[in-house]
Write a protein that binds this ligand. Structure first.
Ligand SMILES: [Zn+2]
Length: 457
């Protein structure tokens, strides 16, 4: 995925010439430096990704006066927010150089998923103060280990490689039908384009996934994940490819319907709706049925984040699914959509459920328990009246990872020694930008399709 172009620096040079002409016409003397200032010449501008871990941005520059700085400014687009950052390349006053910035995309503190849409420019300044900004370039970040093909139908663009065209077509069809079904279920309309990235098998997509810790990754298969509001990864047709697609596309719609300014959906309703969108719940059904028999279920309130225990993954999805199914069947679709709407407006699931059904999460959990033949539980009243903020389905950041607070990682990237040359304020800015990227990654919501690799022992 290398894009090449010679940048149109001519415009800047024309402007430069006009300024010089103006200066001369006003009777000003052109300083010696000005004559050389217009001579920053931009050659190839490229971005490449050998794999999902990083993007290498390069610009070829000739600057007879010596290059003072070369700074990459990038922006990442998604329907919620646009974030980005700046990263300086090391140039050391060179007159001819391939200025290079490496953006790490999958670290403990930053996850920029494959399928993300970027724009970027380079700002080049020479030692005489001449400044050139390259024309804005745009690209979709793809996994450079494969030769990608793409196809767009309606709102969806699918990316695939190898002999996987059939799954790409299936993905487009399933995405369209799951979108319609979930728009009808949740009374919302999806109004932005979606990108679906299809790997051939999970081992090939592994590097593109955000790790949840080695032990978890080893025991759990991730079939797919909504990695951004508008990007779905499809790693593996476990449990049926079409159902993985339906599950992930449902997450796109749940986000539109439920994630609001005050919080993200608790995982149980997000995952429950996504499994409910599948043609059938697959292995999640026997898992939750066994948990019902053993009465080893989880209080709904405690299911605001996905389970970190591999052995509980299938039960978590199964219980979420049965709870959502119960809500839709007992109270009907319009009220189910109202729960989403109420949550989106207030960010409080207990309040949303009370408003629509007259019970909070414990009350709903007990209604469901009784519906499957279990006794209601007498939960003691809350010690505090303060409602805990919803955790939402979040990026599993920091799970099984230590030292996630490192600001040097947050500032991100290349390890070019910006510290020595950059003023402190710029460093702080870089860190803030790094953190902004991190926060957005965290806020994207990572609804996934996961299954235990082996039946529970
Ligand atoms: Zn999911």
């Amino acid at each position: 995925m290398t894009h090449r172009a010679t940048a149109g620096v001519r415009v800047s040079r024309v402007v430069e010439a006009a300024v010089v002409a103006l200066a001369l016409s006003l009777g000003l003397f052109a300083l010696p430096g000005v004559a050389r200032a217009g001579t920053i010449t931009v050659g190839d501008v490229t971005q490449t990704s050998a794999d999902p871990k990083s993007i290498v941005f390069k610009v070829r520059v000739q600057a007879p006066a010596g290059l003072q700085s070369a700074t990459l400014d990038y922006r990442l687009f998604n329907p919620d927010t646009t974030v980005g950052g700046s990263q300086p390349a090391e140039v050391n006053g060179a007159t001819t150089i391939d200025a290079t910035v490496t953006l790490e995309t999958n670290t403990a503190t930053r996850y920029i998923p494959i399928g993300s849409r970027f724009t970027y420019t380079w700002t080049l300044v020479d030692r005489d103060g001449a400044r050139v900004v390259t024309p804005q370039r745009e690209f979709v970040f793809l996994d450079g280990r494969y030769q990608w093909q793409e196809r767009t139908v309606g709102n969806f663009t699918v990316y695939w490689y190898g002999d996987n065209a059939r799954n790409a077509d299936l993905a487009l069809q399933a995405a369209a039908s799951a979108t319609n079904a979930n728009e009808a279920l949740l009374n919302v309309k999806l109004n932005y384009p979606i990108r679906l990235v299809v790997w051939r098998r999970e081992s090939e997509g592994e590097m593109a996934q955000q790790s949840r810790g080695a032990a978890f990754d080893r025991q759990v298969i991730t079939g797919g994940a909504r990695v951004a509001p508008d990007v779905v990864h499809l790693y593996d047709p476990i449990g049926g490819f079409v159902d993985v697609v339906k599950h992930e596309v449902a997450h796109i719609v749940t986000k539109v319907a439920g994630d609001g300014p005050f919080g993200r959906l608790p995982s149980w309703i997000d995952e429950g709706t996504a499994v409910y969108a599948q043609s059938e719940p697959g292995g999640y059904r026997p898992a939750v049925e066994a948990a019902i028999r053993a009465d080893s279920l989880t209080r709904l309130k405690a299911m605001s984040s996905p389970s970190n225990q591999p052995s509980r993954v299938d039960i978590f999805y199964g219980q979420s699914w049965m709870t959502v199914k119960f809500m839709v069947e007992k109270y009907g679709q319009p009220k189910f959509a109202e729960v989403y709407k109420a949550f989106r407006a207030g960010g409080d699931m207990d309040a949303a459920l009370k408003q629509v059904y007259g019970v909070d999460q414990d009350g709903l959990y007990n209604q469901w328990r009784e519906s499957v033949g279990l006794k209601a539980i007498d939960f003691p009243p809350e010690a505090s009246t303060a409602t805990a903020p919803a955790q939402g389905t979040r990026a599993p950041l920091g799970i099984g990872v230590t030292g996630t607070g490192s600001s040097s990682q947050g500032a991100g990237g290349t390890g070019t020694s910006a510290a020595a040359e950059e003023p402190a304020s710029k460093m702080v800015l870089a860190i803030i930008v790094g953190l902004a990227t991190l926060l957005v990654a965290a806020g994207m919501g990572f609804g996934a399709f996961r299954l235990l690799k082996k039946p529970k022992a």
